[in-house]
Design a protein around this ligand. Structure first.
Ligand code: ASP
Ligand code: MG
Length: 437
């Protein structure tokens, strides 16, 4: 079994939904399809909820019409025999949404619980349209309400899944279904009392990995609008290419440093169950995409990607009991002979922490910029590592290297004096992409 998740841009309109269906149809065997809301709809729902709270009926009506039209347009353009049934379903959801919005208007209050209920219509609507599209094309499919599949706590707006409460049931439901294609919603779930919750914005990836982990899927595919996880931020480097294989560890590191790859939290369930995660492009389905596994197939020295932090704080602290609040954005910690090297992302809390340090323990305190180079098997080929570091050091030119941190097999960090690091990133990136090391 595989889980295929399609994001908002993949189901943005009629043309995109057809692409999704073609991709789904190319695969044999049972598939669970997890969909986001159509592009922009979740934002519109947030907007409409606020307008309802403010009692702005004109805006509420206008946005309701817009949301309805976005879905009925797709239906009219792509459905024939299923058209009426689909429009009926959409109208029923719009009626329910209107009822909730009226309640919010009446109270002049928008609770997180109410917001989650309002958010849920985005995914309920997109999956309903897609379900009818599948029916139209005679796909053996079934629509499942994700709120009956995944149970969370009541932390509305970013609820935490409680696996003990749903995994067996979810597994049983999916396995006993006779459909080839099971369609469900990303992002939404429910608490133990059946009230709608959401997993946090962008939570559909998490839904896909929760389901993938629960059913022990052969593969979890995250379909998006890029050819995979890229070697660098495409806004900074114009020659980025997709990375073919990534390890879980690299994904964690990269996202922690702010790369817009999958949020590590979203693939945690998959990591724990050792599922294969693939990032693929709906608009270019034959591209290889990125395959994420615990250990990539060819475990040899490779630098896969680069990401920078303009403002960091580098500390040396002489202590044998360093207490760093867990809320601080620690980019890396190293330890030797009672001296901790701590690299922190810069924010007010960090500034406060640094200010209050016991000065007699501080051996180094400086603002800096930092570059993370993520890859594979970095410590087992010292000659290549040295060559790579020598090449990158040359590219620094006049910029002072403050520290070189290499604690693990999958990352090297260059801490340099505070500077504009984008040009350095661009030149090191060229070395990475051309594999000149
Ligand atoms: N529709 C939700 C959002 O826009 C969830 C998702 O797309 O992952 O945040
Ligand atoms: Mg997303």
């Amino acid at each position: 079994m595989i889980v295929m998740k399609f994001g908002g841009s993949s189901v943005a309109n009629d043309e995109q939904m057809q692409k999704v269906l073609n991709i789904v149809n190319l695969i044999d065997g049972k598939r669970v399809i997890v969909l986001s809301a159509c592009k922009g709809i979740t934002d519109l729902l947030e907007h409409i909820a606020i307008k309802a709270k403010d009692g702005d009926t004109t805006a509420v009506n206008q946005i309701t019409e817009e949301i309805t039209a976005r879905h009925t347009d797709v239906i009219k353009q792509s459905l024939n025999k299923q058209c009426n049934a689909a429009i009926d379903d959409i109208n029923q959801y719009i009626t329910q949404l209107t009822r909730i919005l009226n309640g919010v208007s009446f109270l002049g209050e928008l609770s997180l619980a109410a917001m989650d209920s309002i958010y849920s219509f985005g995914e309920l609507l997109s999956t309903t349209v897609f379900y009818h599209l599948c029916k139209e094309r005679n796909v053996n499919c079934e629509w499942k309400d994700a709120r009956l599949l995944i149970t969370t706590d009541s932390n509305y707006s970013s609820a935490n899944p409680i696996s003990e409460l749903y995994v067996n049931k979810l597994n049983e439901t999916i396995r006993s279904s006779t459909a080839d294609v099971i369609i469900t919603q990303g992002f939404i779930a429910s608490n133990e009392n059946g009230r709608t919750t959401t997993l946090g914005r962008g939570g559909s990836d998490l839904t896909a990995s929760l389901i993938g982990a629960a059913i022990n899927a052969d593969e979890i595919q995250i379909w998006t609008d890029v050819d995979g996880v890229l070697t660098a931020d495409p806004n900074k480097c114009d020659d980025t290419i997709p990375i073919e294989f990534l390890s879980y560890k690299e994904v964690k590191d990269l996202s922690f440093w702010g790369a817009k790859v999958l949020h590590p939290q979203t693939i945690m369930p998959a990591i724990e169950c050792n599922n294969i995660v693939k990032v693929l492009n709906t608009n270019n389905p034959t591209a290889k995409g990125t395959t994420i596994t615990a250990v990539p197939p060819e475990n040899k020295f490779t630098i896969n990607s680069i990401i920078g932090k303009q403002n960091c704080h580098l500390l040396g602290i002489m202590s044998n009991h360093l207490n760093i609040p867990s809320s601080l954005p620690v980019l890396r910690i190293g330890y030797s002979n009672y001296v901790y090297n701590v690299l922190l992302d810069d924010n007010e809390e960090v500034a406060e922490f640094v200010k209050n340090l016991n000065r007699s323990e501080v051996t180094l305190d400086t603002t800096a910029s930092a570059i993370l180079l993520a890859g594979q098997n970095l410590l087992n080929e010292p000659i290549r590592l040295t060559k790579f570091i020598a090449t990158t050091a040359q590219l620094l030119g006049d910029i002072k290297l403050r520290q070189l941190l290499c604690f693990s097999d999958n990352s090297i960090i260059l801490v340099v004096e505070k500077c504009d690091i984008d040009p350095i990133i661009r030149s090191i990136h060229k070395v990475i992409v051309r594999k000149q090391y």
